[in-house]
Design a protein around this ligand. Sequence first.
Ligand code: ADP
Ligand code: MG
Length: 731
Amino acid sequence: MSTLRFQALEALANGEEKKISGYSEKKITHMFASNVFTTRAQREYLSDEAYKSLSNSAKTGSKIERRLADQVAAGMKAWAEERGVTHFTHWFQPLTGTTAEKHDSFFTIKSDGSAIELFDGDALIQQEPDASSFPNGGIRATFEARGYTAWDPSSPAFIIEAGHGKTLCIPTIFIAYNGESLDNKAPLLKSIGALDKAAVDVCHYFDKNVSKVTATLGWEQEYFVIDEGLANARPDLVMCGRTLVGHAPAKGQQLEDHYFGSIPERVYAFMQDFEQESYKLGIPLRTRHNEVAPCQFECAPIFEEVNIAVDHNTLLMDVMAKVAKRHKLRVLLHEKPFAGVNGSGKHNNWSLATDTGVNLLSPGKTPRTNLMFLTFFVNTIKAVHDYDDLLRASIASANNDHRLGANEAPPAIMSVYIGKYLTEVLNEVETRVKEKFSEQDEVILKLDIHKQIPELLMDNTDRNRTSPFAFTGNKFEFRAVGSSANCAAPMTVLNTIMAETLKKFKIEVDALIEKGEKKEIAILQVLRSYISGSKRIRFEGDNYSDEWAAEAKERGLNNFKTTPAALDAYVSESAKELFYTNNIFSKVELEARHEIMLEDYVKRVQIEARILGYIATNHILPAAISYQNRLIENIKGLKEVGLPESSYKAQLNLVSVISKHIQSINDNVEAMIEARKSANNTDDMHKRAAMYCDNVKTYFDEIRYASDKLELIVEDKLWPLPKFRELLYIR
Ligand code: ADP
Ligand code: MG
């Protein structure tokens, strides 16, 4: 019987992969948000009163009266049923990194035995899924499996289609019985509120009309697409989403032909299909293109309010995986699916928008609006400076560890890039704003800033691709986020540290004003001190270079190379204070989250270690031994016919090289199992994570090294795992 590898290759060669129909010629505008309970649908299906209450709640977070919730539920149900929906689910984002749903039917039996379809305010507002199977970091003992999902009216309900089934999905938060959050959305919503308040207060120095500030997010999602049959022939891809062994292909990215090449037809059909599904869900996808590595691609939407943008990204990741199946493809969202080939990230473009239509991180046209821009710009830099460790922690994961600092993504050192023009502007503020300020200085300074900033917009080439946190014209781009991450974690941290920084800023400016300083001068004084105080976080050079790592160390910047080390920032005294005073996390919640993240890390490395051990023992070693036996047979034969040793020297040498690698794999797998056992014996999750990181993971490279050497030696026909060139170059 041929192995899965050859069956998959044969299927590919015969073009057995399904050709997909179902692609609609409709204009995007005709299908956009057709599966979303949009404000337009709300208007149509809700009474005036219910509609107003819902849109008010979406905007301000105000509570919806019980009576009106019943009306909203009824309207939602009518809208959904007209579209063939039979079930509903509370859709939430637990800390496991995926989404969760528990489908309930509208169908129910009344006390008199008759059947009706029912969906009322209770079912809309709150549900009680069996929470015991979601990670809670010890907040609830598992026997007390009570957790609630609660409706988030600020994100519209939508319909998921799967096969013939259609389900109404209600975006919800997921909280424990005592109100502690167990998901990604609840803290994000709180951080949005905290930032809104702090930013509006600061906006009032410049414009009293501002009554709301929203954080905006535009993510760029990178991913790989490979053939499903080939993926299924690799236990590591099936179980871990990445390859644990595999020699880099002879042709890698050197030619850089993929980035500019056209999109392969099969992938293109898949893209069109998932884009259409996304449009129906209101995800405003805008760009698609090849990425650097073979089989790697990217898509990006138009930016949105951060809560909606996070929901849309999570939804998109689900949709992509589902649609790929239809095309007999596999989407790999893992940060590093192939060693030696560029990994995937998810840039998070972040900015702040006022309800008066102003982007606070967009340089203005007048001195007054420029001062407002400078205020938010400098405060962001200061926030990153003061809490770089938290930003680093917010993107920490076992997967992302493979990417950060590997010369393909930003290093684990956080720094901010702002470009030449703004550097000059900040230098000017720093040097020219004096302790005592004359009217003369003020005029000059403002004009100078005004003249310089618009130039920046014209020069977009001045971008530094290596920076983890770069200003790109009218937004900051957080580039260290991993491709499989839920954006909520980094966005929650960014919103919170910004809120905290703006609050402190206001206190300092107000104090100066109270002393009799003119408002603008007071603002400039504080900005100047922030610019000086946060200088060391600014870096314009090559973030990938060794020189930067050395310089950063000299500057005293953090460089947490591994997830267990990086996550500690969440439970530092200053982090506890920050999250507590901004009402994002209680101290208990933080401890619990820290524990959950460590456990997640341990589990991922543990699974990889198991699968690697399994592949090495059950796939690699048997293949190597088979080939070695053939060589031995060959040597015996040559001997038998009376040839001298010189005629089978090469074979003898191969036999001994194979033995050496077999021995090495065997020894390292055994040692890895021992290391795992001893890590598992530690109850302290922090210690266990460190042990998995320092003692278990270290064997991965050793095992891989020997396995990859064998891959180069062993006869191709005997090798059971699809090779990189097959995974990455066959379409
Ligand atoms: P790149 O050159 O890095 O690919 P683009 O200029 O194409 O970047 O934009 C990338 C992302 O930035 C897009 O998803 C876009 O929606 C987002 N973006 C643009 N303006 C804003 C903003 N004000 N707030 C948040 N995201 C934004
Ligand atoms: Mg980008």
